[in-house]
Every structure is written in C-alpha cells, then in structure tokens.
Design a protein around this ligand. Structure first.
Ligand code: ADP
Ligand code: MG
Length: 472
C-alpha cells in the first residue's frame, strides 16, 4: 500500500480531469479507491478493490476515464481495470452520526404500538417496528420482482447500492420517470431490503402528499415541534412523488429544512418524481440544487426485450406461465407504461381462468381486444434517419459510417436523441443503427442535444419541426 502514498503525476492528472467531469459525490463514490498499477503509452492499468466498482466504472464512466488517461499520457492507450481485493480499506464503514435528541423528548410515533395508526394516520409495521409509513408495503415490490433492462439499469443499480450502503452510495437518490414505470416499486424495494438487513435503522416512507398534509395540520394545530421531531429523527427518509411540492411554497420551505437536517446528520434521503428536479414547476432553486447533490436517475419506458421479460416474470409469479408467442404478442402491443402491461397480463389470466383453459394466443387476443389502441403510428429509427438526413442534406450511409466531421456527427447525434425520445429502443440498439456505436456514445449524444435543446430557442423549434415531420 506504500506506493499509494507516492503520487504518480500522471495519475494525479487523471484524477484532476475526472474531478472536472463528475460531481464531488460521484468522485468520492467511484474514483476515490482507484489505484494506478502501470502507465504505458499503449496500456494503462488501474486497480479497484471490488468487482462491483470495476463493473460500474466500465459501464458508466469508461469514456470519462479513457479521455482523462489520454490527456495525461498522450496517445491512445488501452485501459485495463483489474480487481485487487487487498486494496479494500480496512477502516470500518462510516456510520451515520448519532442524531441529537431534543432536550425534552416528546411522545412520538415510535412509541406507538405496532400496527396502530398514529394521530396523523401513519402506521408502524407489525413485523418491522423500525418502519413507519402511510401505506402498507407491497410484498411484490422487491428487487427480486423488479426486471431490469437498459431503460432502468442505472436507477435500479443505484437503488440497490443505496440499500446496501445507506447514506454512503448516493445521497440523495432522486428517481424520476413518467407514471407506471416503477418508481414506487423501487422505493419500496429499498425499504424491504434495508428492513431485513439493517434492523438498527429507522425508516420513514410516505407520499409527498402525506408530508404536505401533515405539515399543514401541524401548522394549524401549532404542533410543529412534534412534526419536526418525526421527520428529522430517522435514518432513511423516502418520499414518493416529491413533484407534489410544486407550487407549495411553505411546504417547500419546510422540506428544505428537513432535507438539511437529515443530510447533515448522515441520513439517507430517497425521492421519486414524475420529472427531473429542474422540471418541477416553481421548485425553489435551492431545492433543485440539493436534489442533484447525489444521483438523479431517470427511469425510461422499457424496450421490447425488457417488456417481454416483464410479461414472462409477472405471469410466472402468478403461477400462470405464458407461452413465448403470447409474451411476444403482449409485449409488442403494450409499449410504455408497465402498469398497463401488468393490467393486460391480469386480464389475460382472468379470461383463461374463466374459460378454464391454458393461456394461448387466442385467449390473449380475445382478452385484450378492447385495450389495444388502434393505428397508433409507430415511429421507427429508419423513419427518423429518413427525415433527419433530408433536413440536413446528408447521406444515410454517412450517418452509419465512422466519419466524425461535424456536418455528419451533428445530425447523427440528433438522430440518437430523437430515437431515445420517440422509440423504446435501448441505448445498445440505437448505437447499432449508427454503425455499431456503443451505449456511451448514445448517452453522450443524447445529453449534448438535450442541453442544446434546453438552451437555444431556435434549435428547439428546429427539433420540434423534425418531430412533427417524423410523426407524420
Ligand atoms: P410509478 O410509481 O413509477 O408510477 P409503480 O412503481 O407503481 O410506477 O409501477 C407500476 C407497476 O409496474 C407496479 O405494479 C410495478 O410492480 C410494475 N413495474 C414497474 N417497473 C417494473 C419492473 N422493472 N419490473 C417489474 N415490474 C415493474
Ligand atoms: Mg408511484
């Protein structure tokens, strides 16, 4: 370990450029334990203490690492990340600092009997007295029952990381995505997972609506002290649908202080929302920036393969496995919202039960006849390429070639952005349409165009024209 203390200037310079690319928390989480093994002009080898870290760096930060190394070493060395478990720090995990008790503790919900709703309707869980919530946890909303795919890989992995290491992996964890894509499922999965493994942690899980109602009731009754005690003395606070704070100035103010108190005392905060922090209407800037301190991860509509796996999984756990052709048929027709997909599966099962027949394609067709929206024009990547190449006057073969000149790279990036927005293809699939580029290139392109789109009005209009044209 001694070598570690002799800073290698090239490695230091790698770390410096990484710091410029990621935020402090990401740096601490993913790069702090990186260790230089060797630097050659054709190969740079770095070590990390765990396979998890290695996978993560390769999946999400490879571009940043490679760029940083190229800047430091010059040339185009390959990067090799190896696992060296002896690098794991022997220091014990940092435990959250003890939360200061108020001078005169007041009776709180934690002293109520398990199962008894408190004055505000929150219930303690009979099995887990350290858990307080406004809903009963759904037994199926666990990580075991969550099917991950390209559209939710990052939010899923982040939720797992947070439940493995509360307040150490990402804080806050902010999950957003449109309705029915699994936000509540992931929040509850975090609860389940922490509950069984960390009996020492107090968890409070509730909807933002309940938080708001309780705050209003506390203001009215003049009992803010009890309210604050409840929210500021937990180890993990999960709030579902935080977008409910939109246009509620006073509640935002209160939540701001709740957030600070918890964050400063080392408690984990997990939030879900139907939009990203900056897109929640009238959300105070200081909250927007705090929500971005940890990790903001978007859940996107699942691609076809993931939908297939979800259908398969959901039918299997109900002991009614579907034949492959039925899985395919359902997955093809229900794109987007997983809640609707689930509704479709239940409908098929119930019709099969009624007719006392095994599930087959005919049953599925009958069951779902009325649920399928006819003629919704499906946007394909080919259609996107067609419109974009005409607009920018470039050739399709150029978009799919390795050419990197700006006149070609830019329309290619726009295509990738539009494919993310208008189709349910995975990053890998989209990369495949453009000369087999990998998923990080697609992420980079999408982010770049998103930024331009959010900045320049003229460009935004240009993109919207393209969208209209594509959708016919
Ligand atoms: P949201 O809170 O985002 O509106 P939910 O978490 O309520 O969505 O999910 C809607 C339904 O879809 C739930 O029944 C949930 O179990 C299911 N679901 C969502 N995502 C997945 C997934 N990746 N794997 C399995 N089921 C999922
Ligand atoms: Mg929800």
């Amino acid at each position: 370990m001694e070598e570690r203390q002799v800073p290698d200037p090239r490695f230091e310079s790698v770390l410096t450029s990484i710091r410029g690319e990621v935020n402090r928390q990401q740096f601490e989480t993913w790069f702090r334990e990186l260790y230089p093994v060797s630097f050659h002009t054709d190969l740079v080898r770095l070590a990390v203490p765990s396979v998890f870290l290695k996978d993560w760096l390769q999946n999400y930060y490879e571009d940043i690492l490679v760029n940083a190394i190229r800047q430091a070493v010059g040339g185009e060395p390959e990067l090799d990340i190896v696992v060296d478990e002896s690098l794991a720090t022997s220091a014990p995990a940092k435990t959250p600092e003890p939360v200061e008790e108020p001078q005169k503790p007041e009776p709180t919900t934690w002293t109520a009997m398990p199962g008894d709703p408190d004055e505000a309707g929150l219930r303690r869980n009979a099995r887990y007295p350290q858990f307080l919530s406004d809903v009963l946890l759904n037994d199926r909303y666990t990580f075991d029952h969550f099917v991950d795919g390209p559209s939710n890989k990052l939010p899923h992995a982040a939720a797992v990381a947070v439940s493995d290491q509360p307040a150490r992996a990402y804080n806050p964890l902010f999950l957003h995505g449109s309705v029915g894509l699994g936000k509540t499922h992931l929040l509850q999965a975090i609860c389940h997972s922490i509950l069984v493994r960390r009996k020492d942690l107090k968890i409070l899980y509730l909807s933002c609506e309940t938080f708001t109602n309780q705050f209003i009731a506390a203001v009215k009754s003049g009992n803010l002290r009890n309210f604050r005690y409840r929210y500021r003395h937990v180890d993990v606070l999960l709030i579902d649908d935080i977008n409910f704070l939109a246009k509620k100035e006073q509640t935002q103010e209160e939540f701001f202080h709740t957030f600070n108190a918890l964050y400063n005392s080392g408690s984990q905060i997990v939030l879900s929302s139907d939009s990203s922090p900056k897109d929640i209407p009238t959300l105070e800037e200081r909250l927007v920036s705090r929500f971005k301190w940890g990790l903001v991860a978007e859940i996107e509509p699942p691609c076809y393969e993931t939908r297939m796996l979800i259908v398969k999984h959901k039918a299997r756990v109900r002991n009614r496995p579907f034949p492959d052709d039925v899985c395919e048929w359902v997955a093809e027709r229900f794109s987007g919202n997983i809640r609707e997909l689930e509704g479709a599966i239940l409908k098929v099962i119930s019709v099969a039960d009624l007719q006392e027949r095994p599930v087959d394609l005919e049953i599925a067709r009958n069951a779902l006849r009325n649920l399928i929206t006819p003629n919704k024009k499906k946007v394909t990547v080919d259609r996107i390429i067609d419109v974009v190449t005409r607009y920018y006057d470039v050739k399709q073969t150029d978009l799919q070639s390795r050419k990197r000149s700006k006149s070609i790279a830019f329309p290619r990036q726009i295509c990738m952005f539009l494919a993310r927005r208008l189709t349910n293809h995975s990053l890998e699939e989209i990369g495949g349409y453009f000369g087999g580029r990998d998923h990080t290139t697609v992420i980079y392109a999408t982010e770049k165009i998103k930024k331009l789109y959010g900045g320049e009005r003229k460009f935004k209009e240009e993109v919207e024209t393209l969208v209209q044209d594509i959708q016919g």
